[in-house]
Design a protein around this ligand. Structure first.
Ligand code: SAH
Length: 245
């Protein structure tokens, strides 16, 4: 990493100017041994609630370090209230979706089990670690929340209809994405099907819900991870926080 861009880490600690923060052994190891930082070097720290702060590294030993909080560099702000819900894929592809969803500013990531979902065991802790890494790198000051996996039927049963649900429909029956998203204000959720697509029964169920809206991403069939990234990017560009006020 070039010296001009400061190392940035997430720490689940209270951050206030002039306070001292104890780092975990893992964080200390990362800063002292992996990044080879030395006493008095400056890093950026955020905690998913107070914003981002510049801190000075105070090594206590080779394995343990503290931080002195100097000043606030960013106020806390949450990403727009957009959930990315997708049927988990094979490990690498799921990792990709979780990382990119964090970069693209999803506020919540929900693993949804559908009829044709084929996935490795879902490890929420692994997903959480990936969101932290992606948030550190992308300069987010909040972390996306990650829900426990839920069956599609259950998800729809308990749906709060104030949140519109946009499901990506590869059959082409949906409205084109630019038209749909021109008036898609938060709160909302995007739903992407598995590699095998949604079953006919699932599509019928989705179409029957007054809060749900079918979206087309064009005439080519996209892989699920491409559809996830394309829909999130389109929403951010048309209606989300890529737009300058
Ligand atoms: N096996 C299916 C494709 C599934 S693609 C087939 O061959 O027809 C995986 C998911 O990506 C789909 O369930 C859908 O949510 C999304 N998707 C892919 N291409 C899409 C498109 N052109 N429009 C809308 N959604 C799409």
């Amino acid at each position: 990493m070039p010296k001009t861009s400061k190392i940035r880490i997430y720490a689940d600690v209270d951050l206030s100017v002039d306070s001292l923060v104890n780092l975990t052994p893992e964080q200390s190891h990362y800063l002292l041994m992996v990044m080879r930082l030395t006493a008095d070097e400056k890093i950026l720290v955020f905690n998913n609630r107070d914003g981002e702060f510049e801190c000075t590294l105070l090594p206590q030993s080779k394995k343990q370090a503290q931080l002195k909080v100097n000043f606030q560099t960013k106020k806390y702000e949450s990403c727009p209230d957009i959930w990315l819900m997708f049927a988990p894929l094979k490990k690498d592809r799921t990792d990709f979706v979780v990382e990119k969803a964090t970069e693209l500013g999803a506020s919540k990531i929900v693993p949804v089990i559908t009829e044709y979902t084929i996935s490795d065991k879902i490890k929420i802790e692994r997903w959480q670690a990936q969101t932290i890494e992606a948030a550190e790198q992308s300069r987010r000051v909040d972390l996306p929340q990650i829900d426990e996996p839920i069956a599609l039927s259950k998800l729809l049963e308990n749906w709060d209809s104030r949140r519109r649900l946009y499901f990506m429909d590869e059959t082409g029956s949906g409205t084109d994405v630019a038209t749909v998203f021109s008036s898609a204000k938060p709160p909302l959720a995007l739903l992407i099907g598995p590699e095998g697509g949604f079953s006919a029964q699932e599509l019928n169920l989705l179409h029957s819900k007054p809060y749900a809206c079918a979206v087309s991403l064009g005439k080519r069939i996209l892989r699920a991870e491409t559809a996830a990234m394309a829909s999130l990017s389109c929403w951010q560009a048309i209606c989300g926080d890529w737009k300058k006020e």
